[in-house]
Design a protein around this ligand. Structure first.
Ligand SMILES: CC(C)(COP(=O)(O)OP(=O)(O)OC[C@H]1O[C@@H](n2cnc3c(N)ncnc32)[C@H](O)[C@@H]1OP(=O)(O)O)[C@@H](O)C(=O)NCCC(=O)NCCS
Length: 202
């Protein structure tokens, strides 16, 4: 009886920790905070990053951005946003899952490693792996998809290393995107709730 209680306490503890951090081999994901606004503003006003992300260069002053950022954090619940940190706590980027379809059990993901010092060192692959493992373990989502610019070969290679496969192209707003997908059943090691936390995530 006591052993059973100890086990459920340790499971509960793991779940509490998981709501704070999802840990990979090189990174950890945590919930976005208002104090992340400055870094995100810097990245969203960086022409090269915006171009790689097929986004629009942010033109609003930081004060306005901060107001919107706070509101989005508090009220928009269909975007699950995470900060990407190195294991020693340096904030290097963001990722999220969003566009959740509860009928087809699908969601889209996005990622940006904003700090160039951390490009091409495996941080993106580790962050995406941790994110998809988290989604498959903690939700009913069965298919994760994403879009990336057809010329962004670094991003495509990163997603391929995480198991994503191309399934089509999309022309939108003058951009051509490669569409990629990953099914839960492709990751036979990740049925919902089957695995535990921390270093086993990635
Ligand atoms: C895209 C991004 C998430 C990838 O993360 P990362 O940490 O840089 O990538 P990783 O080191 O994990 O993997 C990159 C892979 O692409 C490869 N690569 C780099 N340039 C390449 C190119 N021109 N052609 C083919 N492969 C390339 C790298 O060699 C590496 O593969 P390898 O480990 O097999 O050698 C990150 O670079 C990023 O956020 N960039 C800025 C924003 C961006 O591009 N956003 C688009 C997201 S859709």
């Amino acid at each position: 009886m006591r052993r059973k209680n100890n086990k459920s306490i340790s499971r509960l503890f793991e779940e509490i920790i998981e709501t704070l951090y999802v840990t990979g081999k090189k990174i950890r994901l945590r919930k976005v905070r208002i104090s992340d606004a400055q870094a995100e503003y810097t990245w969203r006003t960086d022409l090269e990053l915006v171009r790689l992300d097929a986004a629009t260069l942010l033109a609003t002053p930081f004060a306005h951005f901060l107001l919107d950022y706070g509101t989005t954090l508090r009220f928009i619940s269909n975007r699950h946003r995470f900060a990407v940190e190195t294991l020693d706590g340096k904030h290097i980027g963001n990722c999220m899952y969003y566009n959740i379809n509860d009928t087809s059990n699908e969601a889209e993901i996005g990622i940006m490693i904003g700090d160039r010092d951390y490009w091409e060192k495996g941080y993106g692959t580790d962050a995406v792996t941790a994110l998809v493992n988290y989604v498959f373990r903690r939700t009913d989502i069965k298919r994760i998809h994403l879009k990336t610019l057809d010329w962004n070969l670094r991003a495509q290679q990163c997603f391929k290393k995480c198991g994503f496969k191309p399934y089509g192209r999309l022309n939108r707003d003058g951009y051509t995107f490669m569409l990629m997908e990953l099914y839960r059943k492709q990751r036979i090691d990740q049925p919902k709730e089957s695995s535990r936390f921390s270093s086993e995530v990635a």
